[in-house]
Design a protein around this ligand. Structure first.
Ligand code: NAD
Length: 413
């Protein structure tokens, strides 16, 4: 299909209006006031390609996945991995409640253990004060669920750190939690006789987890050797942080692209994922791969998912709104689960490629197109130039420039 046909299909699938389809594509241009409303010193917008990953069946439902990314191969790899999972029934997912953590750091407390007990004994007072900051959140079923107190030994002394655990429902929750953390600070100071310092959300959203699982039938992925190859690749990441960083980066290729397309905070998701991966003390993969009793590959992922459908850019950006409508997700938890499935698919695709033909084969053609475009190739010579450098396996700028030059001369006659 060409771009227009794909957009028409997505429009139909997601029940988008003409306006929403145009917003999804971004090709109708943007309201000039949008960037100025979103950031400071705006001068315009920076276009990133938006594609749609296909073949995702999650909990028995079909999804089209909007992905905004500058990296070639990501969308094709996700779609291909999802296709190979179809035989096994696609992805099944689950998630925890949408609980975020707000931290209040209290310094210079003479009796940290005593202070901890005082705070825990007055949970209700603290909870009521925090909840009074956000009646809207409480009305939709959210609010403070618990309070924890940790004693943290820092280079500057012992701190008492209060954790406000807040159900943020369909919001990412940073503003909601930060407001609450700031509001309870004077009360805490008065309770324990110390000095409040920082009051801010933690991006290690360890109580807000999304999980996905898929079974890739061995025949669908290329046989028992491929299954073993993927498992060995996962075991390498589990044993070695140098490999693990790239393993987890591959997962985030998919998750970030979906997060960006839906107007979510990609940095919050990244920070949460990597902090969670390191929370056992070593840096570990966010996914796991095993073989079941039939010899099929079982992939799982568990990852913090501080995503929202309310607030931030998710509501104010028309392309993000259209992407969320296309997904058809009804809650932030559902969006988090879809993201987990995409991350798992992305990781499986990368491991399968690495364990077989290597990653470059899939990357080559699109990468070559970028290289050829970057040396100023006119559109009518693009295909021939790409074909030449791919078949020569010399996908380099210097060679692309030579090929484009000679094709131009040939075209002039
Ligand atoms: P927000 O404050 O814009 O929206 C959340 C509010 O919407 C809630 O407090 C509630 O009052 C209301 N609401 C209405 N219906 C709701 C529903 N169904 N579920 C939940 N809330 C509902 O947004 P936010 O999610 O609190 O904050 C997100 C923004 O904060 C993002 O733009 C993020 O980039 C930014 N941020 C992030 C960090 C960080 O990650 N460390 C720090 C500061 C700000």
């Amino acid at each position: 299909m060409d771009m227009a046909e794909r957009l028409r299909l997505a429009k139909e699938f997601g029940g988008l209006t003409d306006e929403e389809a145009m917003a999804l594509s971004g090709l109708g241009g943007v309201d000039p006031s949008l960037p100025d409303r979103m950031v400071e010193n705006a001068v315009g917008v920076f276009p990133v390609p938006l594609g749609i990953a296909a073949n995702f069946v999650i909990n028995g439902r079909d999804y089209l996945i909007p992905m905004a990314t500058e990296e070639p191969s990501v969308i094709a790899a996700a779609s291909n991995a999802a296709k190979m999972a179809l035989d096994g029934g696609g992805f099944s997912t689950s998630s925890s409640e949408p609980l975020m953590i707000g931290q209040v750091q209290i310094r210079e407390v003479a009796d940290p253990n005593g202070a901890r007990h005082v705070i825990l004994g007055r949970k209700k007072e603290i909870t009521d004060l925090a909840n009074s900051q956000d009646p809207m959140l409480v009305k939709v079923g959210g609010g403070v669920r618990d309070i924890d107190v940790r004693i943290v030994d820092t280079k500057g002394g012992i701190d008492v750190v209060v954790h406000l655990i807040v159900d943020v429902r369909d919001a990412m929750g940073a503003n909601a939690v930060n407001t609450m953390a700031e509001a309870i600070a004077p009360l805490l100071e008065e309770m324990v006789c110390g000095k409040v310092h920082l009051r801010i959300l933690s991006n290690l959203a360890r109580f807000r987890l999304a999980r996905a699982r898929a079974v890739w039938a061995k025949d669908a992925v290329g046989g028992a050797d491929v299954v073993d190859g993927v498992i060995a690749a996962y075991q390498f990441a589990d044993a070695d942080p140098y490999r693990c960083a790239t393993h987890n980066k591959g997962i985030m290729n998919g998750i970030d692209a979906l997060m960006l397309a839906t107007g979510n905070d990609t940095r919050a998701i990244e920070a949460g994922a990597h902090a969670f991966a390191a929370s056992s003390g070593g840096y570990k993969p966010l996914t796991a791969f095993e073989k079941n009793e039939r010899g099929d590959l079982v992939g799982t992922i568990e990852v913090p998912m501080a995503v929202g459908l309310i607030g931030g850019a998710t509501k104010s950006h028309p392309s993000a709104r259209a992407a969320i409508k296309l997904l058809g997700v009804k809650s932030a938890c559902e969006l988090g689960e879809v993201a987990a499935a995409v991350g798992l698919a992305q990781n499986f695709a990368a491991l399968r490629a690495l364990a077989t033909v290597g990653i470059q084969q899939g990357h080559m053609t699109l990468h070559a197109r970028n290289i050829v475009a970057s040396v100023g190739c006119p559109p009518e010579l693009m295909d021939e130039a790409v074909e030449t450098i791919v078949s020569e396996r010399r996908i380099r700028m210097d060679r692309a420039a030579e090929v484009v030059d000679s094709l131009k001369k040939k075209a002039k006659g």
